[in-house]
Design a protein around this ligand. Sequence first.
Ligand code: ZN
Ligand code: ZN
Length: 364
Amino acid sequence: MRLFAVILVVSSAALSACYSNPHYSPVKSHHTKDGFINRYPHPPKNSFWKWQWRRWREGVPADPQEGYGFALLRPDVAFLAGNRSADTLTWLGHDTFLIQWGGLNIMTDPHLSGRASPFSSIGPKRYVAPPMSVEELPHIDVVLISHSHYDHLDRATLQQLSRQKGGPPRFLVGLNLLAWATENGIGNVSEHDWGDAVERSGMTFHFVPVQHWSARTPWDRNRTLWGGWVIEYGKRRIFFGGDFGYSADLYDLGQRFGGFDLAMIPVGAYEPRWFMKTMHVNTDEAVQAHLDLRARYSVGMHWGTFRLTDERLDEPPEMLAQSLARAGVPETEFFLMQHGETRFLDEILADTPAQDAGPVTEAR
Ligand code: ZN
Ligand code: ZN
């Protein structure tokens, strides 16, 4: 075991030493010769092994049963497949949304597999089944990937999507993830730096900074770029945050884009704070993010699907309600969805001047 550890350390040091970031630009402050860093300084990430040791010593809340207390709604597959006119938002669990907007079908961090793990039989498993299969999805035009972590970049789902009838979607990923996609047989991919903007059918997709990190192996830490996506269409803007810890990037984005009509903000995977704080917001910080971003509406994500951290899987809704009450933000303004739920967003995203912000249109 000790020999194995030595080999692991030596080989990872050797592999790290010979890597250089092919996109490195010395004028970009988030670029380094061997990867990327966040824009704002923060304490270094604490030891993963210290967290695992404490979990083993002190225990964590019991794993919930399958489907634990959460409704699993069946999306209207036929409607979604034919819809190119109504603005809809469907939550398929974790950070996976189907956004139908401006005649395009857009997916965020598509993950419809059984585990968020490099392995099929170990690693964080899904507690609520995928509301629909990849085959049941409408034809997807654009896929937005926030970063390389296994709960966001799911090889099996992306490979299936790349083989969808009618040709693959356009996959937009962070710098240095194109090679991974190519190795895994996923085509029609472009990789982007913070500040890049991609046009498609009158819509603009901006890759933007948030405070996080990346890794898929012990050897590729922060070599691929993480971030959030802003979708801009007409005068409307949606923000998809991926994963982030609380930082001034959120305020900067609110200023730069003049606020958002809808923001997708993570509200789960926050305990223990001493380990998670730099990379995942808790619900107080999520509500502050909603305010900093100047979002008219926000929807919580990154909860209730995979057990990644130490809080109960069903805790985030309670904590979010308390955080909203403390901040004086109405629950209609920062809402949660059920797995598989579709909401019509015509009032939020219609390409006409907004009425006074009313409640989100009820799910039909
Ligand atoms: Zn992550
Ligand atoms: Zn995540």
